[in-house]
Design a protein around this ligand. Structure first.
Ligand SMILES: CCCCCCCC/C=C\CCCCCCCC(=O)SCCNC(=O)CCNC(=O)[C@H](O)C(C)(C)COP(=O)(O)OP(=O)(O)OC[C@H]1O[C@@H](n2cnc3c(N)ncnc32)[C@H](O)[C@@H]1OP(=O)(O)O
Length: 143
C-alpha cells in the first residue's frame, strides 16, 4: 500500500487538510487500486449517542469511492449513492474504510465501499460517478 497522491491544500470536507472542521481523511492505495483508510471518527460527528451520524457514514463511503476513481486517474462527481447501514459505527474506534472501482461505461464509473470494525462490515455502499473535467469543476466555483 502507498499513500494516494494528493493535491495542494484544499477545503474538501472529507480529505482537505485546510478544513479544520472536516474529517481530514488519509487514504492508501494498493497496486490493484484498492483504497484503504483507517481512521477514528471524533465525537463531534455523533448521530445516535456514541455512534457516527448517518450522513457522515455516507460521506466516508462516498469519499473513499471518489478516491478509487482518482486511483484510476478519473475526476468524477457522485450522481447516485446508496448506503446499507448494517450496524452502528462507533465513534473513536479505529475503523477501516475500503473502496474499489468496479467498472466504467463511457463517462459512468461504478464503485463500491465498506466500513469495517474488527472484520465486521458495519456499512457498505455503491455509487455511480460521472466523469467531469477540472475545467467543469472550476466553472462551478462560486465566490
Ligand atoms: C482549485 C482547483 C480544483 C481543480 C480540481 C482538482 C481535482 C479535484 C479532484 C477531485 C475532485 C472530485 C470531487 C469528488 C468529491 C466527492 C464526491 C462528491 O461529493 S461530488 C458532490 C455531489 N455530487 C454532485 O453535486 C453532482 C451533481 N450532479 C451534476 O452536477 C450532474 O448530474 C453531473 C455533472 C454529474 C452530470 O450531469 P449530466 O447532465 O452530464 O448527466 P446526468 O443527466 O446527470 O446523468 C448522467 C448519466 O447517469 C445516468 N444515471 C443517472 N442516475 C442513474 C442511476 N441511478 N443508475 C444508472 N444510471 C444513472 C443518466 O441516465 C445519464 O446517463 P447517459 O449519459 O444519458 O447514458
Amino acid at each position: 500500500m502507498r499513500p494516494l497522491a494528493h493535491g495542494a491544500a484544499h477545503h474538501c470536507f472529507g480529505c482537505g487538510k485546510a478544513n479544520r472542521s472536516g474529517l481530514r481523511l488519509n487514504f492508501l492505495v494498493s497496486d490493484e487500486g484498492l483504497i484503504v483508510c483507517r481512521t477514528k471518527i471524533p465525537a463531534r460527528f455523533e448521530g445516535p449517542p456514541g455512534y457516527v451520524h448517518g450522513g457522515v457514514i455516507a460521506t466516508l463511503l462516498d469519499e473513499a469511492m471518489s478516491k478509487a476513481n482518482r486511483a484510476c486517474n478519473v475526476i468524477a462527481m457522485t450522481r447516485h449513492l446508496e448506503v446499507d447501514y448494517r450496524r452502528p459505527v462507533p465513534l473513536r474506534s479505529t475503523i477501516e474504510i475500503t473502496a474499489r472501482h468496479l467498472k466504467a461505461e463511457g463517462r459512468k464509473h461504478f464503485c463500491e465501499a465498506e466500513i469495517r470494525l474488527h472484520g465486521e462490515t458495519l456499512a457498505s455502499g455503491k455509487a455511480l460517478f460521472i466523469a467531469v473535467t477540472k475545467q467543469f469543476l472550476l466553472s462551478r466555483t462560486k465566490d
